[in-house]
Design a protein around this ligand. Sequence first.
Ligand SMILES: NC(=O)c1ccc[n+]([C@@H]2O[C@H](COP(=O)([O-])OP(=O)(O)OC[C@H]3O[C@@H](n4cnc5c(N)ncnc54)[C@H](O)[C@@H]3O)[C@@H](O)[C@H]2O)c1
Length: 255
Amino acid sequence: MPDFAIYPSLKGRSVFVSGGGSGIGAAIVKHFAAQGARVAFADIDEGASLALVQKIAAAGHAKPLFKLCDLREIGAYQTALAEVAAAHGPITVLVNNAAHDDRHKLEDVTPAYWDERIAVNLRHAYFAIQAVAPGMKRTGGGSIVNFSSVSYHVMTPNLSVYQAAKAATIGMTRGLARDLGPDGIRLNAITPGWIMTQRQIDLWLTPESEKALMQAQCLKEKLYPPDIARMALWLASDDSRLVTAQNFVVDGGRM
Ligand SMILES: NC(=O)c1ccc[n+]([C@@H]2O[C@H](COP(=O)([O-])OP(=O)(O)OC[C@H]3O[C@@H](n4cnc5c(N)ncnc54)[C@H](O)[C@@H]3O)[C@@H](O)[C@H]2O)c1
């Protein structure tokens, strides 16, 4: 088993992860907890989130603070972020991880569906940044990690609204990196390849899709949530202190 890094700069840091209850977000929450950070997360899935909190406590780490919240409700979400800052100190690491990759066909998309998908896959990230930026400014800076996706590069079928949101995430990251850089706030994006969360395995992994993936990737191994969580750790830590406005592709060499 390889050994992975411990980042002294993450110890005690106030970290917030959206959609941290399951999938990649849960791995990110676990990895920050294992670094000794003060971790909080929001999710709509109460059962999975409470189970994660117990699992992390049982592993001997500080209990993460869980906020039950639908990120489509911006007012409630910003209130939850303020409560986290009051409990843990100003959030200086924000990981905008939450999303949902519902399939859809062009002819079936209504304006209401479009708005709802953009709310799940893009809008909450912008308003979370708006909520945490003043605290980051006051404390001398921070690191914001946004999530894009390989899917718009490889043109996965029936995902166009999600892909529009994930492409926009890169523009948002670069624009706000310019605006917030003078305050010491860094923004970067992670573009995951196909990551084997339980949901992805249950919905899409077949012998055929696995064979195609292995042909497409330079590295012939499936990626799992910890492979993405370790990139988030590095981007949050002081080890990446002068890195901003960038997009980091973690896909085994597929794009
Ligand atoms: N898994 C992959 O292969 C893959 C590939 C490319 C990009 N990504 C990106 O990585 C990130 C994490 O992906 P994942 O596969 O773990 O996603 P997921 O769908 O498995 O999990 C996302 C989490 O967000 C939560 N969530 C969804 N809607 C919410 C809402 N309205 N309010 C609050 N919480 C909500 C879910 O409950 C879940 O815990 C996403 O941004 C995704 O777009 C994933």
